[in-house]
Ligand binder design. Structure first.
Ligand code: FES
Length: 144
């Protein structure tokens, strides 16, 4: 093998290794960065709901703006709802609310969170960010 040929093949091999490095960085470690949504405080409500027509039953939910809003009780009062970030704090998968168990469960690695966002079961170690629910008449809003 000539020196020129060797260096050319070496260059291609290094390029392939670098591509591999970039792909590897898209793996699970790269997703462990804080997936907490960062709402712009100047944009107003993250979720707006008309309680006359939406999420009327316990367990009903709405996802918008990086937040999941769930009805926990029948009364149209702020404490009848919870709003937390929808991205799991482990690797960012969207969580689901399990009405029967009364908690959020991540379908990816099965971390569990309370309705207040606290970690009940790992691998997640960081609580979900909780948002403020406000009700005026039949208008519910979720804000940071
Ligand atoms: S992404 Fe791993 S538990 Fe949610």
């Amino acid at each position: 093998m000539e020196r020129q040929e060797f260096l050319t093949k070496l260059g291609i091999s290094l390029a392939a290794v670098c591509v591999g490095c970039n792909l590897a960085s898209c793996g699970s470690d790269a997703k462990s960065d804080d997936p907490t949504p960062t709402p712009d405080p100047g944009t107003g409500p993250m979720i707006s709901v008309n309680l006359d027509t939406e999420i009327k039953n316990i367990g009903d939910f709405k996802v918008a703006g990086g937040v999941i809003l769930v009805r926990l009780a029948q009364a149209n009062a702020a404490d009848s709802f919870t709003a937390v970030q929808v991205a799991c704090t482990h690797q960012g998968t969207s969580i689901n609310y399990n009405t029967a168990q009364g908690k959020f469960i991540c379908p990816n690695h099965l971390s569990e969170f309370s309705t207040a966002g606290a970690v009940l079961k790992g691998p997640a170690v960081t609580a979900l960010k909780k948002y403020t629910v406000t009700i005026t008449g039949s208008a519910l809003t979720v804000t940071a």
